[in-house]
Design a protein around this ligand. Structure first.
Ligand SMILES: O=c1ccn([C@@H]2O[C@H](COP(=O)(O)O)[C@@H](O)[C@H]2O)c(=O)[nH]1
Length: 476
């Protein structure tokens, strides 16, 4: 194979895929060596050899369920590797279509499939990481990339810092040695390229950046930095400091019971979710002691109002009336059903400045009418309001372009699978590890337990350990 590798290097030179001289790079810098592998599609035999060499270099290609070429130059290379190895391929679109399926990754795959990345040339590694980001956001696992030529400018370290092991057929230095031995280039040119390589490494600050933004593999600390909504930032901070991702649903009918319940579970929760209109003896005087408990135990008050009306009505419902929600609940839920006017209303209504919205993209109740497209469009809507949106209420591991959004998952219980009115439950482990929940909402599992404080502590521990488990399995 070594001879085949050398012969292949010489062929690359002959077809002008590797050129030496004075060339301008994409970003305007001068380089003495230029690689343009796009030309290889005109040489089918060489393309076939390249695929064979890559399969040989990677070792057991059957360790991978899927391969994916970095668009566009590596697409034909990946296609031939796929045909020769019989490992199926997916294609990454640079932009999602705005019609049909709107998928970024085309092809058939399962969540958790191990995907081998294929690329022609690596300089900084950022193109590879863009592809990795889309693949991991589609729940594929990426740990390795096979590359024809490593330009030795820092890309390998950048990939490593982002959990990707690079396997290259050639380093630029090795390639030059082969070409010099064959008398295709002289020692002067070799020195020129070496000098160039020594002075043009990729920016160190880039090397330390983690760009694979799969929120499931990121710590709350990293995500807090990306959150644009102040309540999301606060929730991330509380979750880290109190080591809890538990939000308790306080669906309680009496004001005194509600206060006692909040006091009992307070030490174990990051948020207390209310349906304030079910409190039979509600009186605005309830709010101050509730806020004091929230302050003392450091959790966020969260009114699950599920606003779903025209903007103007929501403005009134949010900031006026008996409940005056905007004056005491930093967090509320909103249905996307009525359009973005509702979000504009929440944004501009009177009340405390730090406010956040959980937008409902999926529901836990059996037979609900939310469709896949509704969910996708809800996420799109959320992405238009990064300063207002704290996160998304959902039941499956949805991905947004914003790891600063928090995924909230109701319908969590250890004991039951469902209630008698269509509520469906998942276990705490399932919601965190399989459904992608950051915050889990537990209601009756705690409020109807013999000792709510004990139950809250139990849920808190299971949920927190599941979160730690989830980020431990991140690629590094
Ligand atoms: O899809 C949704 C959205 C909101 N909820 C709310 O969460 C709690 C769940 O209470 P349990 O006692 O744990 O069933 C409740 O307040 C719902 O209004 C939801 O369940 N599903």
């Amino acid at each position: 194979m070594e001879d085949k590798l050398k012969a292949f290097a010489k062929e690359l030179f002959k077809i002008d895929a590797i050129k030496f001289g004075e060339y301008k790079t994409k970003i305007g810098l001068m380089t003495p060596v230029y690689c343009d592998l796009r030309v290889i599609v005109s040489y089918p035999k060489l393309l076939e050899t390249l695929a064979e060499l890559m399969i040989w270099k990677i070792g057991n290609i059957n360790n991978y369920n899927i391969i994916c070429g970095v668009p566009y130059t590596a697409l034909p290379i990946a296609t031939v590797v796929s045909i020769k190895s019989n490992v199926s391929m997916v294609m990454r679109r640079k932009e999602a279509k705005d019609y049909g399926t709107k998928k970024l990754i085309e092809g058939v795959f399962k969540p958790g499939d191990n995907c081998l990345i294929i690329e022609d040339v690596i300089t900084s590694g950022s193109s590879i990481l863009e592809t990795v980001k889309d693949l991991t956001n589609s729940e594929l696992k990426c740990t390795d990339a096979i590359i024809l030529l490593n330009r030795e400018q820092g890309g390998e370290a950048f990939l490593k810092n982002n959990g990707i092991k690079m396997h290259a057929l050639f380093n630029l230095t090795q390639l030059m040695d082969i070409l010099q031995e064959a008398n295709y280039i002289d020692s002067l040119m070799v020195q020129k390229v070496r000098d160039y390589l020594a002075t043009t490494k990729v920016d160190e600050s880039l090397l330390n950046k983690n760009v694979s933004q799969n929120r499931l593999k990121m710590s709350f600390e990293d995500r807090e930095k990306l959150a644009k909504n102040p309540v999301a930032k606060r929730l991330f901070e509380i979750m880290r400091n109190k080591q809890t991702t538990l939000c308790v649903a306080a669906d309680i009918l009496s004001a005194t019971d509600l206060l006692n319940f909040a006091e009992a579970v307070g030490p174990h929760i990051c948020a207390l979710k209310t349906h304030i209109d079910i409190v039979e003896d509600f009186n605005p005087n309830l709010i101050q002691p509730l806020q004091q408990i929230a302050d003392r135990h450091n959790f966020v008050l969260f009114e699950d109002r599920k606003f779903a009306d025209i903007g103007k009505t929501v403005e009134y419902q949010y900031s006026k009336g008996l409940y005056s929600i905007s004056s005491w609940a930093p967090l509320v839920t909103v249905h996307s059903l009525m359009g973005p006017g509702v979000l504009d209303a929440i944004k501009s209504s009177d009340g405390a400045k730090a406010r956040g919205v959980f937008l409902l993209a999926e529901a836990s109740s059996a037979g609900n009418l939310i469709s896949e497209n509704y969910t996708k469009d809800t996420i799109k809507m959320a992405e238009q309001y990064p300063e207002l949106i704290t996160g998304i209420v959902c039941q499956s591991p949805l991905f947004t372009n914003n790891p600063g959004f928090i995924q909230l998952c109701p319908g969590v219980q250890l004991e039951n699978k469902q209630d008698n009115l269509g509520q469906k439950y998942n276990s705490p482990l399932t919601v965190v590890l399989e459904k992608g929940a950051d915050v889990a909402v537990v209601g009756r599992g705690i409020s109807q337990a013999p000792e709510p404080a004990v139950a809250a502590e139990k849920y808190k521990k299971i949920l927190w350990n599941a979160y730690l488990e989830r980020i431990k399995t991140r690629v590094d």
